[in-house]
Design a protein around this ligand. Structure first.
Ligand SMILES: *Cc1c(COP(=O)(O)O)cnc(C)c1O
Length: 379
């Protein structure tokens, strides 16, 4: 059996190696390392794939979030509502910009922002909402956009874990996640569903004036070379990464389909197990399984993790400490917020290996080990 990894970027690379290598060599030969044709080409391919009016590439997914927030022209102390149960990048940028993160609850099925909790957290200082499509499942965007509109708030979707996911509204209209809010952001970190061979990110918007601001901010605040209108930053997608991403974008739907197939295998193996809650899928979206995350009841999670590790099966806890309990946010007194669902998920979740290259032999082995551990008497 091939070794089991959380994500197998090497096998994935080897299947497209000729094309990827040629694309990188082309950039080297062209010496157009900064912006240039490779970045332009990928940007327009990505815009076409996402059906996004404006696509602005940048250096990574954290910068994408930071630049998106900077473009909204908020004032220090303005409140930004976000789930506590997410990767730190989502929430760190809020505090970095001297804004106030306000943590809300997630839905225990989808792991994404809970609309009722969102609505309760709105105050006169609230200016923006950052929902996260966690693990590859779309947040409840219909409710979130309705609430945002009612209160005049901006929505920035953190789509770092869900590129390729489609969301259908009640009226039948379909959109890619990342193109529903006023701004969407994504990451091309190597382990993401569309992963570069290094860092990368992108920002999406349908708003012409926000797009102009975002472009300016990502490029030292300049609208014209050497004329700097606003304080910005230097956040570019590397040309070699863009060339690699152009090759990989063509395979993204197939990669996501392979992830769904692996998820279906796990689901079938765990069906009927009382101690395992398999990932939920809302019927108006197609989960892209950035992670396959189960919830355990009556199982010693560390015990399972160690048992799997003894059999050379990696697993991860995403995330062991929720945002509202991170020391970096102590100044906002976030610990006093009551988020019982988030706290409970933090204790119960475990993510099993999932990626585009898993085979049945690996899946069968993982499932048999998970089941043999959870069905031991002492559990
Ligand atoms: C990966 C990730 C980011 C940050 O992306 P980087 O490219 O690593 O900066 C932001 N939000 C979420 C939810 C992520 O998973």
């Amino acid at each position: 059996m091939r070794p089991i990894q959380m994500v197998d970027t090497k096998t994935q690379y080897h299947k497209i190696k000729t094309e990827v290598d040629a694309a990188v060599l082309d950039v080297m030969e062209s010496t157009a390392f900064i912006n240039g044709p490779a970045v332009k080409a990928f940007t327009s391919q990505l815009a076409e794939y996402m059906q996004a009016k404006h696509t602005i590439p940048c250096a990574n997914g954290t910068d994408a979030l930071q630049i998106a927030l900077m473009a909204l022209g908020l004032q220090p102390g303005d409140e930004v509502i976000t789930p506590s149960f997410t990767y730190i990048a989502t929430t760190e940028v809020i505090a970095l910009l001297k804004l106030k993160p306000v943590f809300v609850e997630v839905d225990p099925d989808t792991f994404c922002m809970d609309s009722a909790s969102l609505e309760k957290a709105i105050t006169p200082k609230t200016k923006a909402i950052i929902p996260v499509h966690l693990y590859g499942h779309a947040a409840d965007m219909e409710s979130i956009m309705t609430i945002a509109e009612k209160h005049g708030l901006f929505v920035i979707e953190d789509n770092a874990q869900a590129i390729g996911c489609t969301y259908q509204f009640a009226n039948g209209q379909k959109k890619k996640t990342g193109t529903i809010g006023h701004i969407g952001t994504t990451s091309f970190y190597p382990s993401k569903n569309l992963g570069a061979f290094g860092d990368g990110g992108a920002i999406f918007t349908a708003d012409d004036s926000l797009a102009a601001k975002i472009k300016m901010i990502a490029n030292h605040g300049q609208s014209q070379q050497y004329y700097h209108d606003v304080v910005g930053c230097n956040s570019r997608l590397d040309a070699m990464q863009a060339a690699i991403l152009s090759v990989k974008l063509k395979h993204l739907d197939a990669y996501n389909e392979a992830r769904r197939k692996a998820a279906a295998y796990y689901d079938a193996a765990f069906a009927g197990q009382q101690k395992i809650k398999i990932p939920f899928r809302a019927d108006n979206t197609n989960h892209v399984f950035h992670q396959y995350t189960i919830q355990l009841t009556g199982v010693n999670r560390d015990g399972l993790k160690n048992y799997l590790a003894e059999h050379k099966i990696p697993s991860m806890i995403y995330y062991p400490v929720p945002g509202h309990r991170q020391k970096m946010f102590a100044q906002f007194d976030t610990q006093s917020v009551s988020l019982p669902v988030t706290d409970e998920l933090t204790e119960k979740v475990i993510s099993l290996p999932i990626h585009s290259e898993m085979d049945e032999e690996q899946l069968a082995f993982i499932c048999s080990k998970v089941l043999s551990y959870i069905n031991q008497k002492e559990n």
